[in-house]
Design a protein around this ligand. Structure first.
Ligand SMILES: Nc1ncnc2c1ncn2[C@@H]1O[C@H](COP(=O)(O)OP(=O)(O)OP(=O)(O)O)[C@@H](O)[C@H]1O
Ligand SMILES: [Mg+2]
Length: 217
């Protein structure tokens, strides 16, 4: 039954086994996240935040427990099925941004669309990429390589790339640099009146997001 819950974790555990060593990285996390919520996972170094993010982002599977994404149990999906879910529903901003260095801001932003099922023309790709780059304050920088951009601007290219597929969930690992006040905060498109895009419904959902409403430790 639909009640606005997008993410539901039930007693999720993750155990890494390397030879003799067994690391219990995540121990019994249960968590619900509703559409439009902005949730921060907090904890000491090594407490399992990135591990949990990888599970939430369908990059990895729990060792035990269940993960319902949009009411579908994704805990048992295989690699190909997880990749498909990632493409449709998830956007990632990695701590190191993971931009392609010999590729312009525009082409970096276009990447997820190239792997998606939309089959857009070159002109459509370009238009979408330029629009999302503009929404993060990078109009005029579309042809710049990452090395020609500041750290904050590179981060905004990574955010643009994460947003271009209009994901249900945007995941950012350790985004402290993003949410600080100052010029960089302009880059966080959710808090502003982001202009509507091709899919106004998904955008009105995400644009409701404000600074973290909830912290999970
Ligand atoms: N692939 C892996 N194989 C074995 N152990 C791992 C692996 N990845 C993470 N770990 C271990 O799991 C635990 C949780 O790691 P994780 O990266 O999730 O922590 P974190 O909370 O993100 O820490 P940080 O704040 O330092 O980024 C750590 O003890 C780590 O050494
Ligand atoms: Mg981490």
């Amino acid at each position: 039954m639909y009640n606005g819950t997008l993410v539901r974790l039930l007693d999720v555990h993750k155990v890494y086994r390397t030879g003799e060593m067994e690391v219990r990285a995540v121990r019994g996390v249960s968590l619900e996240i509703k559409r439009g919520e902005f949730v921060a996972l907090m904890g000491a170094s090594g407490s399992g935040k990135s591990t949990l993010m990888n599970i939430l982002g369908c990059l990895d599977r729990p060792s035990s427990g269940q993960y319902f994404l949009d009411d579908a149990d994704v805990s048992g999906l295989d690699r190909d099925q997880l990749a498909e879910v990632r493409n449709r529903k998830l956007g990632f901003v990695f701590q190191s941004f993971n931009l392609l260095s010999r590729t312009s801001a525009r082409e970096n932003a276009e990447l997820p669309l190239i792997y998606s099922a939309h089959h857009l023309s070159h002109a459509q790709l370009r238009e979408k990429a330029d629009r999302v780059l503009e929404s993060v304050g990078l109009a005029g920088r579309e042809d710049h390589f990452p090395s020609q951009l500041s750290g904050g601007q590179q981060q905004r290219v990574a955010i643009a790339r994460a947003l271009i597929n209009e994901p249900e969930i945007l995941l950012a690992d350790e985004p402290t640099g993003i949410s600080t006040a100052g010029p960089a905060s302009r880059s966080w498109p959710f808090s502003s009146n982001s202009t509507s895009t091709a899919s106004p419904s998904s955008w009105s959902r995400t644009s409701r997001i404000s600074p973290p409403t909830r912290s999970v430790t």
